[in-house]
Design a binder for this molecule. Sequence first.
Ligand SMILES: NC(=O)C1=CN([C@@H]2O[C@H](COP(=O)(O)OP(=O)(O)OC[C@H]3O[C@@H](n4cnc5c(N)ncnc54)[C@H](OP(=O)(O)O)[C@@H]3O)[C@@H](O)[C@H]2O)C=CC1
Ligand SMILES: Nc1nc(=O)c2c([nH]1)NC[C@@H]1CN(c3ccc(C(=O)N[C@@H](CCC(=O)O)C(=O)O)cc3)C=[N+]21
Length: 283
Amino acid sequence: MSAVRMDGKALSAKVRGSILAETKALKEKGVTPGLAVIIVGNDPASEIYVRNKEKACAECGFYSEKYALPAETSQEELLGLIAQLNQSPQISGILCQMPVPEHISEQAVIDAIDPKKDVDAFHPVNVGKIMVGNFDFVPCTPAGVMELLDEYGIDPKGKECVVVGRSNIVGKPMSMLLLHRHGTVTICHSRTSGLAAVCRRADILVAAVGKAGFITPDMVKDGAVVIDVGINRNAEGKVCGDVAPEVMEKASYMTPVPGGAGPMTITMLMKNTLKAAKLQHSL
Ligand SMILES: NC(=O)C1=CN([C@@H]2O[C@H](COP(=O)(O)OP(=O)(O)OC[C@H]3O[C@@H](n4cnc5c(N)ncnc54)[C@H](OP(=O)(O)O)[C@@H]3O)[C@@H](O)[C@H]2O)C=CC1
Ligand SMILES: Nc1nc(=O)c2c([nH]1)NC[C@@H]1CN(c3ccc(C(=O)N[C@@H](CCC(=O)O)C(=O)O)cc3)C=[N+]21
């Protein structure tokens, strides 16, 4: 039996529709959500994401600004731009695409963004709130995964959840959201011993590794729900996930790449931007 395909594109369209409706109501009160996206350097993959974000802003009726800065931009210049955007009344949310060039400190960039405009939820204040379980902004990729699970009626409560990857962007916040929903969560990384056996315990397996085809069928329990967060390019240059396609035959539900977690990430960014606009206007 082949797994049910968890359609992130379809769910995104639905959620963006309801965001647009809310945006229209907000605009009648004189408030337009605005997102600023900053990209430093010209990583081709980042450019695709930035374009997708601009498109999503248009679909949701948002105002958007894009700053494509050259790779040589100094940290001081970047922090200056962020300080300006922190003050700008048109801008509800600020996202600086990661990674940034090596001469710029990622943490300095994150720390510079006003927590009230931190729609990525990467600022330590927001990370702390997520840990405590009382948060305004949900990290976009993990939030998108949770909405996909809900849409398909998959409840993490009491389930064995295994997250492969412990990054601050995906693995760690993903684990925390599953924990809040009462999953029994195991976080794996490059030093995990017996990784395949740990993965085989999973009722819900989330792959956020960054290696094409890393999760093979022998690592998956029959009937498991498999969430593929990876965005990689295979030898032919095609976008593919961290999960080998043959896993479809073992899983009960699985997210495709493209069309699964990726579009949902952007949709959750829109949701956070709308929320930021509302919070800033006490609505
Ligand atoms: N769909 C979406 O919206 C998004 C997709 N992505 C994609 O998700 C993937 C992961 O992204 P991100 O979390 O930022 O990546 P990172 O490179 O920051 O983290 C990768 C994680 O995988 C772990 N890992 C690497 N090799 C192994 C291994 N052999 N066995 C077990 N664990 C391993 C690393 O372990 P260790 O910590 O020990 O090094 C690390 O924790 C990428 O493909 C990225 O492009 C990212 C963000 C959003
Ligand atoms: N500050 C910051 N915030 C991020 O959220 C962030 C980041 N930096 N750096 C990079 C990662 C990656 N990321 C993706 C977003 C959308 C898709 C996406 O739209 N994917 C589509 C299209 C894929 C394609 O065809 O290229 C899909 O999977 O169907 C993918 C990946 C956000 N990230």
